[in-house]
Write a protein that binds this ligand. Structure first.
Ligand SMILES: [Zn+2]
Length: 480
């Protein structure tokens, strides 16, 4: 008898969510801790998900006329100091290079925490006239923001992202670009990550340091905490003034342009893990899954095995429009392999055994529901497409339902506090827009102001904290 290879049990999501999160990332092979404090290593499976995100987002970005570039990782420290809010916001998390080539540097260099300053220094050189506008660029890069404690994907000293930077003649045009970027992120999260969320505007104290207005997509995690999925900033003319970006307008007069910046990072993969996974492991939505379909031949005896292998290859060819793999490993039992692919969250499993060969059928097993069904061997592609679409939709609807069930409308501060002590979630409440109330709420309940939903109507209400008149309801939650 074949000796069973013992598989270490995964911590259950239903029992200990935060330990499950780290455990599933390590065991499914998405990432590992790096020997450098605060850093992580992307393993091939985790990086493959990021590559899929990049492909989709890069296509959206290029379609919007934005071109890719690359700027240095080093930024002269003095550039960061030019915009006061910007340096104040980032200075606690900067990594600074003071030595180079064995000598102390005259000019300290910062490892980019974000690239506004170095990019805008160049923009000032490149932009002369209205004919140079709009200037639309993006870069795929790493950024460094010092962290004391690693939280895989969510909090690491170095992470990967894209940052878009655009310059426009008018505020109307730059606002159009901010909304375009935000809409693309919403589309990415809803249609590919299958995660519903709330998109809106950040409060003054929560906005990006140096921005006029920040927009974001906030998602709700299974432990009732919020995760910010991206940001899109209306930079107004703040950076343009500081970096001396000017252009000669159509009327021959000198003008200051309007700018935007927007970004989405590998944090998004943390959300993906948290939202969809279960006690058995990850569940990757089909549209992002590096492997959408795994074929597992049920090996039994030598002669039969060869036929199974040949048929698996044949099937893979029939399913060439999908991302398909065959698990031909013979050193593991079938049961072990089932567990392994469930842990990795591959959306659909195909089983082929002697019975299936005889009947010219295959067995399909959905990862999200565990539901089994049969499909004819030669014409299984259309059924598989339907199932993958249905998994994608099912995951999104589950996420939408969870968001709905865990968004609480609160009108009394006691109710607010009780909800934060209980299941947390998103709390929708009137706020007078005074930062003092916001700070007190955070101090007393850990809930921060997440955003003002873009579709929030003007209403007459009372601030949840001080009772003074308020005109809109904002979203509060404890954040990651
Ligand atoms: Zn108030």
């Amino acid at each position: 008898m074949k000796k069973e290879f013992e598989k270490e049990q995964l911590i259950k999501k239903s029992e200990n969510f935060s330990e499950w999160y780290t455990d599933v990332i390590l065991k499914a092979g998405l990432a590992d801790y790096a020997p450098v404090k605060g850093c992580m290593v992307f393993k091939p499976y985790g990086y493959a998900i990021w590559e899929n995100v990049q492909k989709i987002l890069d296509e959206q970005i290029k379609k919007a006329g934005v071109k890719n570039t690359y700027f240095p990782i080093f930024i002269p420290e003095k550039f960061l100091k030019r915009e006061k809010e910007h340096i104040k916001g980032f200075s606690p998390e900067l990594a600074v290079v003071t030595m180079g080539g064995g000598k102390e540097l005259k000019e300290k260099l910062v490892l980019r925490p974000t690239s506004e300053t170095i990019i805008y220094e160049m923009f000032a050189k490149w932009i002369k006239s209205w004919r140079d506008l709009p200037l639309l660029i993006n870069q795929w890069s790493n950024v460094v923001r010092w962290e004391k404690r690693t939280f895989l994907f969510l909090r690491t000293t170095e992470f990967l992202w894209q940052e878009g930077h655009t310059v426009h003649e008018t505020h109307g045009e730059s606002m159009k670009e901010v909304k375009r970027a935000l809409n693309n992120y919403v589309e990415l999260y809803q249609n590919f990550f299958a995660i519903d969320g709330i998109y809106g505007q950040k409060s003054e104290s929560e906005k990006f340091p140096g921005a006029a207005v920040t927009y974001t997509y906030e998602m709700l995690m299974p432990d009732g905490k919020a995760l910010q999925g991206c940001t899109a900033h209306d930079l107004g003319q703040n950076f343009a003034k500081v970096f001396n970006i000017k252009f000669l307008g159509r009327d021959g007069k000198e003008k200051i342009p309007w700018q935007t910046s927007w970004g989405l990072s590998t944090r998004s993969i943390g959300a993906l893990v948290m939202v969809h996974g279960d006690d058995l492991g990850l569940i990757i939505p089909p549209r992002l899954a590096p492997t959408q379909v795994i074929i597992i031949p049920i090996f039994q005896g030598k002669r039969g095995d060869e036929i199974l292998e040949k048929n698996s290859e044949k099937l893979k060819n029939i399913l060439k429009d999908f991302r398909v793999e065959i698990d031909l490993r013979k050193e593991y039992s079938v049961g072990w392999k089932f567990n392994d692919w469930e842990l990795k969250g591959v959306p659909l499993r195909i089983e082929i055994g002697p019975q299936e060969i005889k009947e010219k059928k295959i067995t399909l097993v959905r990862r999200d529901t565990g539901e089994r069904s049969l499909a004819p061997f030669n014409s299984s592609a259309s059924k598989i497409k339907k199932i993958l679409d249905s998994i994608q939709k099912n995951l999104f609807l589950k996420s939408r339902q969870y968001l709905k069930e865990n968004t609480t409308e609160v009108f009394e501060y006691n109710h607010f506090k009780d909800t934060m002590k209980g299941n947390r979630g998103f709390l929708k409440a009137f706020w007078c827009e005074n930062p003092k109330c916001e700070a007190k709420i955070k101090e007393e309940t850990k809930a921060t102001n997440r955003s003002l939903p873009l579709d929030a109507p003007e209403e007459a209400g009372k601030c949840i904290y001080c009772g003074k008149p308020a005109r809109q309801r904002w979203i509060f939650a404890q954040a990651y």
